[in-house]
Design a protein around this ligand. Structure first.
Ligand code: GLA
Length: 360
């Protein structure tokens, strides 16, 4: 599926790696900006992903080769600097903090090669895929007891402490434990997970809008803060505890953010039933409502994303929405299975920068 990171490693370092690991990207079918509000989400793994090959090196350096970013070298103990090597520093640090009795051999240096067919910075979780693949590769060397939940939590810790995005657990959880071609209904409050088969005669088409996300880290963290502020006003722990009357008592930004969160949770619940009852019409309707709420209440859409979604409403499409954090990146559409190619072509004829990502 992707040019192998192993080949890239061998070409670049003239030796073979000793551990190789893969992690998929993910697309969120519905339920955005609810996970850090202890709400409901419904993502699924993609067939695209990231593969990492590594070897311990004893050079006290991180030496990295990728097709994605600039080749880089820096000291194993260097502080984070905003480059992709921060993921490697993060993975090594959180892993050894969690498993202090392992050999810690990678603390003495690491060589790695990364290959990917996942668009970066686009709402399909390339960063969580990189975190999980790195942790998996490290654990192939260290052989510790690392279940999927712990793996997801460690990956989230990399994101929080080394990358600076105060994300929820959705991406890391579906990437560590999601099942291909099944939607993962995940209640982030109690950790309950239900894997549900996708529609038989309908497909989800994922396209890249052509604009990568801008300012996503700071705006993402700001949204999270705004939700905490709204919860404080309501005297509750998180917005998923709010009911309609409570939300209606709020004003301004607090009202808008809370309105999104409680309505989006409801939509995820309805979509779970729609999947189980093979009711793509209802699922699609909720996708459009979700996009509208993300755009108007949560304010994480963009003019381009709104235009693409608006255009899709005039085509033979059941539902569409931006997916992931927003601020640019990808859209997802629910379409009759035989129409995906034709719909993609029609959308591309109106929006020239659109790129095909995946169909599931
Ligand atoms: C990013 C975060 C997730 C989630 C989504 C929005 O992908 O990593 O935790 O909050 O945005 O739903």
């Amino acid at each position: 599926m992707i040019n192998s990171s192993k080949e890239l490693f061998e070409e670049n370092f003239s030796q073979s790696p000793i551990a190789t690991a893969f992690a998929p990207g993910r697309v969120n079918l519905i339920g955005d900006h609810t996970d850090y509000n202890f709400g409901l989400v419904m993502p699924t793994p993609l067939s695209l992903g990231i593969e990492v090959s590594i070897i311990p090196s004893n050079t006290l350096l991180i030496e990295g080769k990728t097709e994605l970013f600039k080749e880089s070298v820096r000291s194993i103990s260097a502080p984070v600097d905003g480059s992709w090597l921060d993921f490697v520093t993060g993975a090594i640090n959180v892993f050894y903090e969690e498993f202090p009795n392992s050999s810690k051999i990678l603390k003495n240096g690491i060589k790695l090669a990364i290959s990917s067919n996942l668009p970066a910075n686009s709402g399909v979780s390339s960063s969580a895929a990189l975190e999980i693949s790195l942790l998996r590769a490290i654990n192939k060397i260290e052989n510790q007891v690392l279940d999927n939940y712990k793996l997801a939590k460690l990956a989230q810790k990399i994101e929080h402490n080394f990358i600076g995005t105060m994300c929820g657990l959705m991406d890391q959880m579906v990437i560590s434990s999601g099942v291909t071609e099944k939607a993962m209904f995940f209640d982030t409050k109690n950790g309950n997970i239900e894997n549900v088969s996708l529609f038989k005669n309908h497909k989800f088409l994922i396209i890249h809008s052509g604009s990568t996300r801008t300012l996503s880290k700071s705006l993402y963290n700001l949204r999270r803060q705004e939700c905490q502020d709204a919860s404080k006003k309501l005297n509750i722990q998180n917005l998923s505890e709010a009911n309609r009357d409570m939300v209606d008592s709020l004003e301004g930004i607090s009202f808008k953010r809370a309105n999104h969160v409680i309505s989006e949770n409801k939509r995820v619940e309805i979509c779970l039933n729609a999947l189980k009852n093979n009711d793509p019409e209802t699922f699609g309707e909720k996708m459009y409502e979700s996009h509208f709420s993300l755009s108007q209440n949560y304010e994480v859409s963009s003019e381009l994303l709104d235009n693409i979604i608006e255009k899709s409403e005039s085509l033979n499409i059941l539902g569409g929405r931006l997916t992931g954090a927003g601020f640019g990146g990808c859209c997802i559409f629910l379409i009759n299975q035989n129409d995906t190619e034709q719909i993609f072509d029609t959308l591309s004829s109106h929006f020239s920068d659109i790129k095909f990502v995946d169909v599931i």
